[in-house]
Design a protein around this ligand. Sequence first.
Ligand code: HEC
Length: 698
Amino acid sequence: MNTQSASQILAGLAFALLAPLVVATQVDQAAIIASKQDGSQWLSHGRTYDEQRFSPLDQITAQNAGKLGLAWSLDLDNHRGLEATPLFADGVLYTSLSWSRAMAVDARTGKTLWTFDPQIARDKGRDACCDAVNRGVALWNGKVFIGTLDGRLIALDAKTGKQVWSQQTTDNSKPYTITGAPRVVKGKVIIGNGGAEYGVRGYFSAYDAESGKMAWRFYTVPGDPNKPYEHPELADAAKTWKGDEYWKLGGGGTVWDGMAYDPELDLLYVGTGNGSPWNRELRSPGGGDNLYLSSILALNPDSGRLAWHYQVTPGDSWDFTATQQITLATLEIGGKPRKVLMQAPKNGFFYVIDRQTGGLLSAEKFGKVTWAEKIDLATGKPVEAPGVRYEKEPIVMWPSPFGAHGWHSMSFNPQTGLVYIPYQEIPGVYRNEGKDFVKRKGFNTGAGFSDTTAIPREAVSGALLAWDPVKQKEAWRVPYSHYWNGGTLSTAGNLVFQGTADGNFIAYSADKGKKLWSFGAQTGIVAAPMTYSLEGEQYIAVMAGWGGVAPLIGGDAALAPGAGNLSRLLVFKLDGKASLPPLPEKTVVAVNRTPKPVDASAADIAAGQQLYGGYCSVCHGVGAVSGGLIPDLRKSDEPRRDLFQQIVLDGVLRPLGMPSFKDSLEPADVEKIKHYVMSREYADYLKAQQPTAAKATP
Ligand code: HEC
């Protein structure tokens, strides 16, 4: 028994004292509400239920931000986009990686405490429009919750990372995916899903945090008209749809990101997504608002019954989701404090809504918007520009399916009264596929998405936009040459933090937008930063790792920033002394061949382009120009080019994330795709031969 020497016991004691204080995480309603005043913890996705992403911590300020340095960093075994906001409770950071993996990290040392891998079958990546990403976890009563790409909602023990329960929230024979962070309200875990590009019917559900039992489900669009409505709200919705096809096509309205909760009004706010397919003409021939697409819904969190709704984009035809961040605040409008809800959805208007009634207070363009002239405050509806529904003629317009603002979190600083929006400027091209529309087991827009041959980098830009929601106008902006930048965090130290596509992590003054400090992160950053306080010190953390839909689909424009994916959790503090290892040298394998004219008919190549657009562009880039995250098919080396059929049909690269398309494509189709890719390679080769200025795509 008494084999331990006194010194061993002392050493053990010292270890116990120095070890991180991992006490049982008591995260509940009261704790999340209380965290609004106390900035030390970050307990929910948008920090607090109002999702302001504002922290009252003020140790790091505009005066001393120049002294920020890396406290520690953690290399992550991750090669796809990182979009999560880590949560922080009692000394531990909880976050997620691509392919729905979760982890807990000691916030003081950066040591991994546990990891959880739900083992997503890599073929499932085919159903994910926008990379195998995950936007984060939720915490409640000693548990960590994560939604997985294959539609599971999983509860983990916060201390060990071991699974407590798992629920399949979707029908996995359908192309549903989960990328969004769950929220927990009154002991119920709220989770939605994505998949509207692939033909699904949107819904979100509430599960009991303890037992995993489903409490309620709210469908955002009506289903099979021959069956009874699942809940009464769908009877109203059904009146706004036309034809009898939409429910077979899915309808859309998926709930894949923004949510907020007001404990005083006891209302849960949820944003819904675009129509499926995008083109209303095909989905609901003859028109209609198509409720509850692209809407903000206010619900009773106990019953799941609708209190009010506001439709942001009636009869959406452009992939204009209203899933963007929902932020609650009290603003002084017309001399009176008003409880408002704010959103900067994809469609480019900044909305301020009375969150008790759903009444629209104001809506103004926060960027380049050509699809609508204005939002009519009397009707709450947009005044659309002529021809914008592209029924007869294709159209180039702003914003695009990427949105003037995507999922990249914004923040609201009550001290400056400003909202910090990661603004995106990219044109959208739409064409009515009309009778040619085919519903594939792939990306279905009905809007000619496959036609796009590339998005030129000259056509895009971005900005950090400081928006005054009361005046409904810009306060200041920091322009960026690229659009796909990170989410924002604002703090009581008069600061705004943001990572950028070109691999910097930057602190600006919140009132004026003055650049105060910047850190070379070696990778493009798309996630939003967060902050916490531990043993009297304030830290700033961000998941750094380039990815998301832009680097997959985005072609040339997405390649422009060039920072690539090098996945790390970066944590900063004042006088932090750690540093990153030197950037590993890029190994570029030059393909040594002279492209030849493709031995195939123009019709075959055109058919290959259509198939490529529907099945491949979502990962390999529009126009066969890869955004840099996934191989550029024009540049495959000889062995892989020779294995084209086996790669695409037999799934020989499946473990690396390249799905099999055996259920959708015949060998002859694959040959056509290959010919299209080779024709693109040849066209680029010819362009490169020209001595003139017109040297185009990389
Ligand atoms: C869900 C995303 C996804 C989709 C959709 C997809 N791919 Fe891929 N593909 C990948 C990934 C990831 C790899 C890289 C595997 C690796 O790391 O080598 C890859 C690699 C390949 C390669 C090997 C290229 C090389 O040079 O290494 C070929 C060929 C290929 N894909 C063809 C296709 C075709 C054709 C389609 C459409 C029918 C398609 N892919 C659709 C993800 C995808």
